[in-house]
Design a protein around this ligand. Structure first.
Ligand SMILES: C[S@@+](CC[C@H](N)C(=O)[O-])C[C@H]1O[C@@H](n2cnc3c(N)ncnc32)[C@H](O)[C@@H]1O
Length: 355
């Protein structure tokens, strides 16, 4: 007798695991909580407008959805290319070792060594960075391999930084006696090579094909394509005092790494920590953020809208709910998704689901 055809249950978690990251604002730790709240909605395509590390896009990919990842920073877009768009390509051990070696026939540039001395990394580490960035750009022909290697590079840079950011010239913290009790000195001092190999292995293990054509975009939120069944919005958070998270400023060094040849012209040399020239953002200003939400929600009003925010920011929870109610008949509020353990005052992650 013929057995009935067993269709694979696509909503995995598969054996493929989303890599670790210390990127600020990543939903990695609460992605399953978020997914529990939206998994039963009727949708097949997902647009993740503020993709960041890709944690939500990746979860949607695991669930067998067609995913469009987006982020306006080029370095983040590389992460989307590596982990969401890429269905099959991995870095071989030989490729990893080739990237990590200095080649005798190459006259390596020294931009990071000369521009960032004593700011974020040691001289030896800066030399390593100049070498590896060059090798990634020249040794790997496949853009997906380059994106994977860059993922490993970014995570290695983040994990070796006090606070995991590039907001201050504070290399001294890694060695100062007074700071011994702070952070993880062993992690900071672990050589780049070691971190890079670990993150490359994590990225390789995360690659899978969900049978869909997923893509990664590098657009401003307001230019993202309409028409996805479900649109997920996780914009930068602006607190009640009007202080926001400027991702381009916090991670300017990583954005510089992906613009290596033009980085010099992007740097604001008046700043001691060699940031990029600032760019104003409507998401980072209390006078404009409400209108930004309004315009983006209006743009994607035909889709199911899922918004992550915090319950003590600008706009307020009530303002966001009212805004969504202008376009959607049903707005569900999920409170207390997660408590930020390190925050001085506990602040709650909020999920708004509007259909
Ligand atoms: C809160 S984080 C998103 C985190 C993401 N959900 C994750 O799990 O990693 C906000 C992201 O929005 C991006 N972003 C900021 N302004 C943007 C804009 N105008 N258009 C598109 N992306 C933007 C930032 O680069 C950052 O990665």
């Amino acid at each position: 007798m013929n057995q009935p055809l067993q269709l694979p249950l696509i909503d995995m978690p598969t054996t493929h695991v989303f890599p670790s990251t210390r990127f600020q604002g990543s939903k990695r730790k609460i992605v399953d909580q978020i997914w529990e709240n939206i998994r039963d909605l009727r949708f097949d395509t997902v647009l993740d407008i503020f993709g960041g590390t890709g944690a939500i896009s990746y979860r949607a990919k695991q669930a067998g959805k067609t995913v469009i990842y987006n982020d306006n920073l080029v370095f983040n877009w590389n992460i989307g290319c590596a982990l969401v768009e890429n269905a099959s390509v991995q870095l071989s051990d030989i490729e990893v070792e080739t990237i990590l070696q200095r080649h005798n026939d190459v006259d390596y540039p020294q931009f990071i060594q000369s521009t960032f001395a004593n700011i974020y990394f040691t001289d030896e580490e800066n030399r390593w960075l100049d070498t590896v960035v060059y090798n990634i750009n020249h040794d790997l022909a496949d853009t997906r391999k380059q994106a994977l290697a860059r993922f490993a590079l970014f995570q290695a840079c983040i994990i070796k930084r006090p606070y995991n950011l590039f907001h201050r010239a504070n290399l001294y913290m890694r060695s100062a006696e007074v700071e011994r009790s702070f952070g993880n000195k062993a992690t900071w001092d672990t050589p780049f090579d070691v971190h890079f190999r670990n993150f490359a292995a994590e990225a390789n293990a995360a690659i899978f094909d969900n049978g869909r054509k997923n893509i990664a975009l590098n657009l401003d939120a307001m230019e993202t394509p309409t028409g996805a069944d479900l649109v997920y919005l996780d914009p930068p958070y602006l607190n009640a005092k009007g202080i926001g998270v400027d991702y381009r400023d916090f991670y300017h060094f990583l954005e510089g790494l992906v613009h290596y040849d033009s980085w010099d012209s992007m740097i604001d040399y008046r700043s001691r920590h060699r940031r990029l020239f600032p760019q104003a953002s409507i998401w980072n200003n209390e006078k404009t953020i409400y209108e930004a939400f309004e315009a983006l929600i209006e743009r994607h009003r035909k889709s199911i809208l899922v918004v992550s925010y915090r319950d003590d920011g600008i706009p307020s929870k009530a303002a966001l709910v009212n805004l969504l109610k202008r376009y959607k008949s049903q707005v569900q509020v999920v409170n207390h998704l997660y408590k930020y353990a390190l925050a001085k005052r506990s602040t709650n992650e909020l999920l708004l689901i509007a259909q």
